[in-house]
Design a protein around this ligand. Structure first.
Ligand code: AMP
Length: 221
């Protein structure tokens, strides 16, 4: 079934992990502006160079850039549905997404807020690393690779830590979240699109809670 979902929550809430599970389980396409921006910076384009410094400090990249990236992906793909991960992060981005979807004859079916507390985020973020090849997410304490330095899923040894996954950048990222992104919770609540899940639960429980939200939305639509 075609369904379009926004995952909303602070850095480290588990949006990326859950987006990947939804991709596998439902054949949806994950659109992560963070991943797109990291790809742009590693490709060394002018835009990539401009955003690298902003990202490393933990600040938000301009609306214009990220809306442009999302527009390109939406226009280029005809997926059954999309999972927006890390987008929108500001009210202008939310408005732009609504218009883009409308223009394509689509709509956002659910906005899922993944709620977590700040203490947990610091621990999650500072131990996090991912596979550069397949994107699997690991953690030093809670989910290390079975063999040190080798991805469990694809066997790659290209395991990476993000430049902005340190306590200093995280402070700014959280501040940006509360100032600019958390107003979206009220925005989508007012539009009757918001559902909240406990992002601190076990990964499988979070997935089950998201599935329950989506099933309920589907049966109501
Ligand atoms: P993420 O991987 O979602 O944590 O994003 C990493 C960084 O990319 C953020 O700290 C921002 O600097 C930038 N970024 C990602 N998505 C957005 C967005 N929607 N708006 C502005 N900046 C973004």
């Amino acid at each position: 079934m075609a369904i379009n979902i926004i995952l909303l929550g602070p850095p480290g809430a588990g949006k990326g992990t859950q987006a990947r599970r939804l991709e596998e389980g439902r054949g949806l396409v994950q659109l992560s502006t963070g991943d797109m921006l990291r790809a742009a910076r590693s490709s060394g384009t002018e835009m990539g160079k401009r955003v690298a410094e902003v990202m490393d400090k933990g600040q938000l990249v301009t609306d214009e850039i990220v809306i442009g990236l999302i527009r390109e992906k939406l226009e280029g793909g005809d997926a059954a549905g999309f999972i927006f991960d890390g987008f929108p992060r500001t009210l202008p981005q939310a408005d732009a997404l609504g218009k883009l979807m409308e223009g394509m004859g689509r709509k956002i079916d659910a906005v899922i807020e993944m709620r977590v507390d700040d203490e947990a985020l610091v621990a999650r973020i500072t131990g996090r690393y991912t596979c550069g090849n397949c994107g699997e997410v690991y953690h030093d304490d809670t989910k290390p690779t079975k063999v040190a330095g080798v991805c469990d899923v694809c066997g790659s040894t290209d395991l990476r830590r993000r430049a902005d996954d340190n306590e200093e950048s995280l402070k700014t990222r959280l501040l940006e979240y509360y100032k600019k992104t958390s107003p979206l919770i009220g925005y989508y609540y007012a539009l009757h699109m918001l559902s909240t899940v406990d992002g601190l639960a076990e990964m499988d429980e979070v997935s089950a809670a998201i599935t329950a939200v989506l099933d309920k939305r589907a049966s109501n639509s």
